[in-house]
Design a protein around this ligand. Structure first.
Ligand code: G
Ligand code: G
Ligand code: MN
Ligand code: NA
Length: 249
């Protein structure tokens, strides 16, 4: 398709960008890091959303060079932030199916001079579903470098709880479909239960998609330690991310 041709050209020519959304410490109100999110300003169509181009990138294998680029670019940006701030990078299942993800991670960290502890990879359950033995061993090797591993979109899959036993996640990100309903006592009870599970395994819990102060209060009461969402900030261009940090001080 034309979009595929355009994406190939954009990858080659460096036509994509990363946006950075702040992740806040729920108690302190400080920035604990940023999630890197790909943006594609298309020369004719305007901004193409990731929900359109990521699936194309995954089907065509373009996600491999694109994923490498995102890791490098994210680490490079993070190297200019205050020492305590992490960068979180989304990683597709396809990137786990090919050898070399560990090499890409090591390469991105060393090119940026970023300590491994300041990088976090966000994966979804689908990564562990495909070929779980190989994916788990790749994840463990990357984690042994000091890189943190977060389980993204938690609660949207089919057998979420079993994955928590299969891998020692450093963080669980609760999907925003729970957050929009946090005023419902049953949903709040589920979120509290997830927080309890996370605490027992030593994982931090992030609430995604927090849009209102009532939701913020609800997830804080449920015990979420980190929050992310439009209430705090949309994803920002790299320069504005640095300005956001300075404004919080
Ligand atoms: O950025 P939004 O704001 O629209 O992102 C939508 C989805 O696109 C995210 O939830 C994530 O799953 C995916 N996405 C965004 N950036 C990346 C990326 O760098 N790599 C991968 N694999 N997925 C991404
Ligand atoms: O990787 P993941 O699927 O978690 O991507 C996060 C997605 O959520 C991105 O598309 C991002 O732009 C979007 N997002 C971030 N904050 C909010 C929010 O408060 N509300 C909504 N509706 N979407 C958000
Ligand atoms: Mn994510
Ligand atoms: Na998510």
């Amino acid at each position: 398709t034309q979009l595929e041709i355009d994406l190939r050209e954009a990858v080659r020519a460096g036509g994509l960008a990363l946006a950075f959304q702040p992740i806040m410490n729920a108690a302190a109100g400080t920035v604990s890091g940023f999630e890197a999110l790909m943006r594609w300003p298309h020369p004719r169509r305007g901004m193409v959303p990731p929900s359109e181009f990521i699936p194309i990138a995954e089907e065509t294998g373009l996600i491999l060079p694109l994923g490498d680029w995102a890791l490098r670019e994210a680490c490079r940006a993070a190297a200019s932030w205050p020492d305590e701030m992490r960068v979180s990078v989304n990683v597709s299942g396809v990137q786990f199916q090919r050898p070399g993800l560990e090499q890409s991670v090591v390469g991105a960290l060393s090119a940026a001079g970023l300590p491994a502890e300041r990088l976090e990879l966000e994966i979804t359950e689908s990564v562990l579903m495909q070929d779980s033995e190989a994916a788990v061993s790749t994840l463990l090797r990357i984690r042994s470098l000091g890189v943190r591993i977060a389980l993204d979109d938690f609660g949207t899959g089919y057998s979420s709880l079993s994955y928590l036993r299969r891998f020692p996640f450093d963080k669980i990100k609760i999907d925003r479909s729970f957050i929009v309903e946090i005023d419902d006592p049953e949903t709040a009870a589920i979120v509290k239960a997830i927080v309890g599970l996370g605490e027992r395994s030593g994982a931090a819990i992030t609430a995604e998609g927090v849009e209102t102060s009532a939701q913020f209060e609800g997830v804080r009461q449920a015990g979420c330690t980190e929050v992310q969402g439009y209430l705090f900030s949309p994803p920002l261009p790299a320069e504005q991310a640095v300005a956001f940090v300075n404004r919080q001080k």
